[in-house]
Every structure is written in structure tokens, then in C-alpha cells.
Design a protein around this ligand. Structure first.
Ligand SMILES: Cc1ncc(C[n+]2csc(CCOP(=O)(O)OP(=O)(O)O)c2C)c(N)n1
Length: 349
């Protein structure tokens, strides 16, 4: 990877982290309402996957999608304004946090329903196959979405019709407060793809370069006409499920209670992986730190340069907040115009 590319990755990861932290602050101030699902810890997945895509590929994302939209190139101001419910937002202030949308950049949502992304991706993939275009669809989903009927129906159909879809599981190991081994009989998501003869790989989702290379490889296969692929990215979210969730189901006290019992040391070590303390999380594999170190090691960047990049990202996020604050509220007429039946000749895609 060359210097420009490495720095672009680092910029987007820093932007994603800072943007989300600022969202939490704005939520506490009351500028953002409703549900707000933040992404810190998972940045390597969005950055690695989306940087491997062409601009002609489609992205279909979940409700934890702000960083996907940013990496795709949706301006930070438009994303923030959408979260504020403002008219200059990318969904004109009528979608909010979980329904970001930007058809020009082929960013096809933002979906609040768990398991909703698959059928949308299948539809887009079918359209591409019908026209025989060299395009692909990225279909993001969480580990909590793999037991929905749509997962199986869509994988079956994608395989049967050789649709150009890359299914990307962001396996952060929790569906709200339920760990994957408590809701899935087969917790290795990538193994499920075998039931539909879909090639699949599990990748370290905390390492942006590994995610990038695995995505590049999968997309090459898809463009060569071999049908869908599945990528399972093992990652971890550093915050609760949403702003309404303090994450008490991962109680440090539970770990500490076990730690005091000598004979259980082995079990304890395993449990502490499942229920990490805030200190363990802070010391754990942070994808951002890994990439920063890579840039230092390769001579792409030095400490001063990193500080400048941090400042640049900070300024971008502040400008986004200012843009959102100054943007007007949507009007009743905007709502009327947004109705599908009133769109007239406007072509969305
Ligand atoms: C069909 C449906 N059922 C339940 C919910 C409530 N719900 C919201 S998020 C969530 C957990 C999903 O977890 P996962 O897919 O792993 O995504 P993550 O939040 O970890 O990114 C659930 C059950 C929903 N939105 N849609």
C-alpha cells in the first residue's frame, strides 16, 4: 500500500472515530433525537471494505451506518445535518440516524430493521446481473441478523442466480446484550455460507489492511462472474448498543468476582475475553492504533504529521456540526415532495 492510500485510510478511521464521539456529545445536548447507534471500535471494517470498492458499486448498510456513509464520501456536514433532522441532511432531514441515503454515491441506506439489508442488496444485484454490468453490491449486516429468514432466503437466491453481492458480516459479537454463542447454533458466521455453496472467509476486523485485501479478493471473484461471496469481519464495539444502552450486561464486577477464585483461572481468562472490563477494552486491539503504527513503521507519517491529521479531522467534524446547526428544519412542503407519488420525473438511481 502506498503512502497516499495509507493516509487516506487513517484519515477516514480518525474521522469516523471523532465524528461518532461528537455525535454522542450532540445527543447529550439534545441536538440529535431518537436512536443513535455508534461505531467506535469497528472503523477498520467500513474503511477496509469501502475503500476496496469502485464508485460504481452499491453499498447497503444497517442502522450503525454513519461511518459507512462518511467513508463512501457523503459529506460530514450532510450526515450530521441528517442526524439533527435538518433540511440539508442527506435524506433531507426526514430519515435521521438510521436512514442515511445518497443515491448519487450509490449509498442505498441505512436500514433500521435487522435483516433488511439482504433483500435490498439482492434486488440491486439482480438489476446488475440483468444488465450484465461490471458492478457489485456490498451488503452489510450484523451477527444478530444471521438468524433472520431473509438471510437464508437471500443467500439461496444470490447463489442460485450468481448475483454480484458481497455479504459483509460486521461481527461485533453482540446483538444488543446477547453474545453470539447465546443466539446462534453456528456462531462462526462464515461457515453458514457453505450451505449455499457461497465462498466465505473470516477476517480480523480490527486490521484494516486485512479487511481491505480480503474485500479486494472477494470483489475480483465477483466481477469475474463467480457469484456472491461472504466476508465475516471479527470486530468489537467499544460503546453500548446505542446511546440508550450503558452496556451493563458486560459487568466488570462479574469478571472481578471470578478473578478472586484461584482454581478458576483458566475459565477466568476465557470469560474475561467475553466480558472485557473498560480497561481491557482500552488496552485491547484498537484498529486505529494498529494503522497508525503501520504508517509510522512504513515511514508514511511521523508524530507531528499525525497530530496535523487529527487536527484536520477535528476541524472537519466541527464544520459538520456548525453546518447542521445552521441548516433549516424541513418544511411540510418538503415532506409532501418526498412522497414517491409526487416525485414526477425525478430519477433516483
Ligand atoms: C426485525 C427486527 N427485530 C428486532 C429489532 C431490534 N433490534 C435492533 S438492533 C438489534 C440487534 C442487532 O444486532 P446486530 O445485527 O449484531 O448488529 P449490531 O447492533 O451489533 O451492529 C435488535 C434485535 C429490529 N430492529 N428489527
Amino acid at each position: 500500500m502506498d503512502r497516499d492510500q495509507a493516509l487516506a485510510f487513517l484519515h477516514d478511521m480518525l474521522l469516523g472515530r471523532r465524528f461518532e464521539e461528537r455525535c454522542a456529545e450532540e445527543y447529550m445536548k439534545g441536538n440529535i433525537a431518537g436512536f443513535l447507534h455508534l461505531y467506535p471500535g469497528e472503523e477498520a471494517v467500513a474503511v477496509g471494505v469501502i475503500h476496496a470498492c469502485e464508485t460504481s458499486d452499491y453499498i447497503v448498510s444497517t442502522y450503525r451506518e454513519h461511518v459507512h456513509a462518511l467513508v463512501r464520501g457523503v459529506p460530514a456536514g450532510e450526515v450530521m445535518a441528517e442526524l439533527f433532522g435538518k433540511r440539508c441532511g442527506c435524506s433531507r432531514g426526514m430519515g435521521g440516524s438510521m436512514h442515511l441515503f445518497d443515491p448519487q454515491r450509490r449509498f442505498m441506506g441505512g436500514y433500521a430493521i435487522v435483516g433488511e439489508t439482504y433483500p435490498v442488496a439482492i434486488g440491486l444485484g439482480y438489476g446488475i446481473a440483468m444488465k450484465d454490468l461490471p458492478e457489485a453490491v456490498i451488503c452489510f449486516f450484523g451477527d444478530g441478523a444471521v438468524n433472520q429468514g431473509t438471510f437464508h432466503e437471500s443467500l439461496n437466491m444470490a447463489a442460485l442466480w450468481k448475483l454480484p453481492v458481497l455479504f459483509v458480516c460486521e461481527n461485533n459479537q453482540y446483538a444488543i446484550g446477547t453474545e453470539i454463542h447465546r443466539h446462534s447454533a453456528v456462531p462462526e458466521v462464515y461457515k453458514r455460507a457453505a450451505a449455499y455453496r457461497i465462498p466465505a472467509e473470516r477476517v480480523d476486523g480490527m486490521d484494516v489492511l486485512k479487511v481491505y485485501r480480503a474485500t479486494e479478493h472477494a470483489l475480483q471473484q465477483i466481477r469475474a462472474g463467480s457469484g456472491p461471496q461472504l466476508l465475516e469481519c471479527l470486530t468489537y464495539r467499544f460503546r453500548g448498543h446505542s446511546m440508550a444502552d450503558p452496556g451493563h450486561y458486560r459487568p466488570p464486577v462479574e469478571v472481578k468476582a471470578h478473578q478472586q477464585t484461584d482454581p478458576l483461572e483458566l475459565a477466568l481468562r476465557e470469560l474475561s475475553l467475553v466480558y472485557p472490563t473498560p480497561e481491557q477494552i482500552a488496552a485491547g486491539p484498537d484498529a486505529l492504533l494498529k494503522l497508525r503504527q503501520y504508517c509510522f513503521d512504513q515511514g508514511h507519517l511521523h508524530e507531528e504529521g499525525f497530530k496535523e491529521l487529527e487536527q484536520q479531522v477535528q476541524d472537519e467534524v466541527e464544520a459538520a456540526v456548525q453546518f447542521a446547526l445552521e441548516s433549516p428544519q424541513p418544511t411540510l412542503d418538503d415532506a409532501w415532495q418526498a412522497l414517491y407519488c409526487n416525485r414526477g420525473d425525478e430519477i433516483l438511481i
